[in-house]
Design a protein around this ligand. Sequence first.
Ligand SMILES: O=C(O)CCC(=O)C(=O)O
Ligand SMILES: [Fe+2]
Length: 306
Amino acid sequence: MEIDIHQLNMPWIDSPFFNTLLEEADYDEEIKEMIRYYAENGYIIIDPEIPEEMLDEAVDALDGEYKMEGRINETRRVLNGWRNHEVIQKIAGAPKVYDILKKLYQREPVPFQTLNFNIGTEQKTHSDSIHFHCIPHGFMCGVWVALEDVKLDNGPLHIYPKSHKLPFYDMSDLGLSGSSSKTEYELYGYYEDFIGKMAAASGLERKLVEMKKGQALIWAANLLHGGSPIERQGSTRYSQVTHYYFEDCIYYTPLHSDVAIGKMHVRNMHNVVTGEKIKHKYLGQVTNINNSVFDKLKKKMRRKGL
Ligand SMILES: O=C(O)CCC(=O)C(=O)O
Ligand SMILES: [Fe+2]
């Protein structure tokens, strides 16, 4: 029996045969270099070729959202603004971004969530995989678009280059039961504390990322990142993050799961560009995996008025 290294069920950037696969690929050297850089460092900065008017239109749309009573919660973020603003949907579906993501992952991108901000998030270091994991692993990335210049003083992103190669830490690795969460973020503080200490112990460099208006940063699923402190009081940091999965996976949230005992919070999502419901697939077959764990959690939260 012989396995075909071209048919493995994993992102090619994570394949043990990546060098051979890339060498064989029909791309010019510049594109190969971009893919190699991403595979090695877990991020790249690109020009997503989004017209300037579109960036400005998104800022105006956000100003409208932030003025609306009851729309924004204490996290100060606009969640899934694509439902109300075509421009957010267009940024998520930027052709150049799709083109690059297809090259990086060799599968069709599936944008499933947008987040917009008007100021820095100051979010602690984390890997998106704790929220957005999948089987097979690794078919997820974030695309962060600067809607204005981001400097060192208005809460830039920080990243740990190469940290995507660290192990993925599940809640059970921390001695915690994700599916026992009584609220959405009950255990998240423990996770953040662990990741902060783990990142420092890793010896990896923490890098602040300055970006020009219109540039985008793509990070791989497990890359450690967060928002840095806002040093200039009152400064804005308009931005859009679109989170993408790729086709042909089961998508779930480890923060609320205990996979080893069959408790998996699978995600109920829509493609933010097409509006279609996203199907879960296992080895090419659509699977109607149920979401009972999270449904119970939501019911519990509702009962408690949370
Ligand atoms: O914009 C930021 O500061 C961080 C956002 C982030 O981590 C995310 O959306 O996954
Ligand atoms: Fe994140």
